[in-house]
Structures are given as C-alpha cells and as structure tokens.
Write a protein that binds this ligand. Structure first.
Ligand SMILES: Cc1cc2nc3c(=O)[nH]c(=O)nc-3n(C[C@H](O)[C@H](O)[C@H](O)COP(=O)(O)O)c2cc1C
Length: 176
C-alpha cells in the first residue's frame, strides 16, 4: 500500500485546485494499493511560521497543535503531491508556509506536484524545486504543468483531456 498526501495549495473559494484534485483522484481509480489522503491547507490553518527556531535547527520543537498535526501527516505518508497554483510567478503563500513549517520531516521524502496557471505554473514549479532542494526532499523529475487555454480553461474545466490525463499519470507514476 502506497500512502500519498494530496496537499491543496490554494485557499480561495471557487478555487481551480478542487477540479485539479478531482482529475488526480480519477487517475487513482485505475491503480491498486493506493491510500490517498487530502490535506486542505485552508482547513489545516497553520499559523504563519512563528517558532523561535528554524525547523532545520536541532533546537526546533513544534509547539503549535496545527503544525504538530501537519508534521504527523508528513511523517506518516510515503509521498506528498502538492496541488500548486502559480501566484505572482511563485508558490501560493499558504503552500510556502506549509513547506517552511517543517524541517527534518522533509528530508528524503518523495515529493511531486501538479501545477497549473497561464504558463502551466512553470514559474511556481521552478520556485518549488528550489524550495524542495533546500529542504532535501526526494523531488521527482516529472511535475505536471497544466496550462490555461491549452490543457484547462481558466475555470479549471478540461480543454485537452488526453494531455491532462497523460501529464497527471506521468507525475503519479514516479511516486507509486
Ligand atoms: C494573487 C494571484 C496571483 C496570480 N498570479 C499568477 C501568475 O503569476 N501566473 C499565472 O499563471 N497565474 C496567476 N494567477 C492566476 C491563477 O493561476 C488562477 O487564478 C488560478 O485559478 C489559481 O488557482 P486556484 O483557483 O486554485 O487558487 C494569479 C492569481 C492570483 C489570485
């Protein structure tokens, strides 16, 4: 059984992220032995990072119950897949904060993403790879980049079903 966390990196009402989550869950229908858990960062409600120590410091002790819950989720999973919108050529603040909030839990953890935006979220992906590199995750090579007016409409409905399906399958293939 492969345990995967699907982490929603948008907090907007009406977010495209929910549709992208559905496309990822559709992929799982054709696979066996996958246990996927959805983490909605809007619901998890992590504080903006406020610990006196850096998460990579040996002195880092998690005191906040929401951060402790997030840490347990990441520790218990085999891999993490971020649903990653592009905001101002970067990650959403809520996703960056979730990454910043943990240290040792990330080391060696298989991590990938499905990104989306006007250029397929390419700048968010570039930024994500830098952040994950610093956190020493096992970042996978393939990250789906779903482009508006190419793969998806801007409301998240599908324009090119074959491309969406193939990109998501290629991304998931590397973590299961
Ligand atoms: C604050 C903000 C900044 C954005 N910046 C970008 C951007 O730099 N590049 C891009 O392709 N789309 C950008 N967008 C458009 C988003 O890709 C689009 O709104 C998408 O639906 C966001 O994902 P979500 O609906 O799941 O939150 C931005 C949207 C917001 C709200």
């Amino acid at each position: 059984m492969s345990k995967i966390l699907l982490v929603i990196g948008s907090a907007r009402p009406g977010r495209v992220a929910d549709k992208v989550l559905g496309y990822i869950q559709n992929d799982f229908i054709n696979r066996e032995n996958i246990e996927a858990t959805v983490v909605d960062l809007a619901e998890l409600n992590l504080p903006f990072f406020n610990n006196e120590n850096s998460p990579i410091s040996p002195e880092y002790v998690i005191t906040d119950p929401q951060v402790a819950a997030w840490s347990e989720l990441v520790k218990a999973t085999d891999s993490v897949l971020f649903i990653t919108p592009e905001y101002n050529h970067s990650l959403s603040a809520i996703q960056k904060n979730a990454l910043d909030s943990l240290g040792a839990d990330w080391a060696g953890k298989p991590v990938t993403a499905v990104a989306y935006g006007w250029s397929g979220g390419s700048l968010a992906v570039a930024n994500l790879r830098e952040v994950l590199g610093n956190l020493k995750t096992d970042t996978k090579q393939t990250i789906a980049q779903l482009g508006f007016m190419k793969d998806l409409n801007p409301d998240g409905t599908i324009l090119d079903a074959e491309s969406v399906k193939a990109q998501i399958a290629a991304t998931i293939n590397e973590i299961v």
